[in-house]
Write a protein that binds this ligand. Sequence first.
Ligand SMILES: [Zn+2]
Length: 500
Amino acid sequence: MKRLVPLFILAVASILFAQAPNQATLRSAAGDRAVSVTHVDGQTMFAADEVMAALGGSMAPEGNGFQVSLNNAVAVFGPDTRFAVIRDELIEMPIMPAVVDGRPYVPWQFFQGFLSKAVDLDVSWDPLARVLAVRPAQHVVLGVQLSVANVQGISKVVATLSAPADYAILKEARAYTIRFKSPIRAPFSEQTYDDPYVAKATFSGNDLRLDLKGPDIAADAYKLDNPFRVVVDLHKVAGGAPSLPAIAGTRPVEAPGIQTIVIDPGHGGKEVGAVGPAGLMEKDVTLALCRKLAESLESKLKARVILTRTDDSVVPLDQRTSIANQFKADLFLSVHMNAAVVKGAHGAETYFLSLDASDELARKAAEVENASAATNSTDSDLKLILWDLAQQEYLNESSRFAQAVQEEMNRITGVQSRGVKQAPFKVLIGATMPAALVEVGFITNPDEEAKLKSDDFEKQVVDALTTAIQRYKTDFETRIGVLRPAAPSVGPAAKKKNGT
Ligand SMILES: [Zn+2]
């Protein structure tokens, strides 16, 4: 009986405070209580510390932002972004959190995102009664979170569901509709976006309709698990990479299998990359090697090959994957030379993308390669996470591809034990195809530097990489059941890469 007394008092208190403009009622299994609110742009914002404390969790400052935790689940958010992060997922809020007297206030959608992911609770806000209700999630009706973000020319629409559901995608001239086959609880009924492609998202019944800003916008849709997400990538149908007029055209043949391969010679221009003790520069070795590799792939695989640079020019890291995405490439290989962080290091290393490095040396390697002046310095962790979603769908394939590359490289360098590694290489982020990065040799090791200069070794590497790509291509096409006895002629298209 004792426990009921404070709950009773709280309930009475909340009724008394409910009408106050700076208070709302938090309704949970523990009963009703008043929480502080503020208003920004017509949105009701809730004091994050009070709501978390009332639910048995906590909030603390974290860097420039704040961290909330409940039952071992942690989310972080900051005052300058509409996105909060829980694990490697995003929680989208309609407006940014507001900090008043050092205390953060967040819209109710933050709690919906956090509590549904963290502890399987559902949150709803009744603006008339001013009640923020938190209750156990009911799985009959699926909760939906929607996020829309444009990065590098692709608008990524992610509908995150509280459980897997069947769906169909219906296409109209200027709209796509995702029709869920289970009842859903919409996060809103309609929202407009300041996005180059998405005008508006509307929930109605079990439909999520995306109205587009033009008729020349194409979509790639796919689903991801854990949590269940339906992702729609929207991009312009025509048009080349904006600052690379030499490259034009889109994929000539819409056929399954590995048809278009993008090879990325690391660094270029003032971005010289690693430099050997005798002055050999990574940017020069990678360009020479990749030109020969492109020729080899074109002649042996009859594949369409595109180089991200064909001369000694600076190409920003994010533009390299953009090129691959625009050409709808089926494979992306970035070629680099290692700078040794430990003495005597030799041999090749192959990586695929992960936000977490597989070991300390892998993390260092990524740090070295990411430290490029051509990198957009505003790249935040959040953007990395957002873009990691693009590559996530292909991680399994990327790992197989990296494996083939590493095995062939081990064969020529006589190193047996070295395996594939994972690290957050920025150049792989955002690639919507299997992607890997190979560090051919340690240019900073005098012996390896001498070897990298020799035509003999260059030919061995070109052959090894050609074999690796051929192996992966055969493996992939066998697995997806594509029989392609003769590859289509792609001569004219392949020549376009050297257009000027
Ligand atoms: Zn490099």
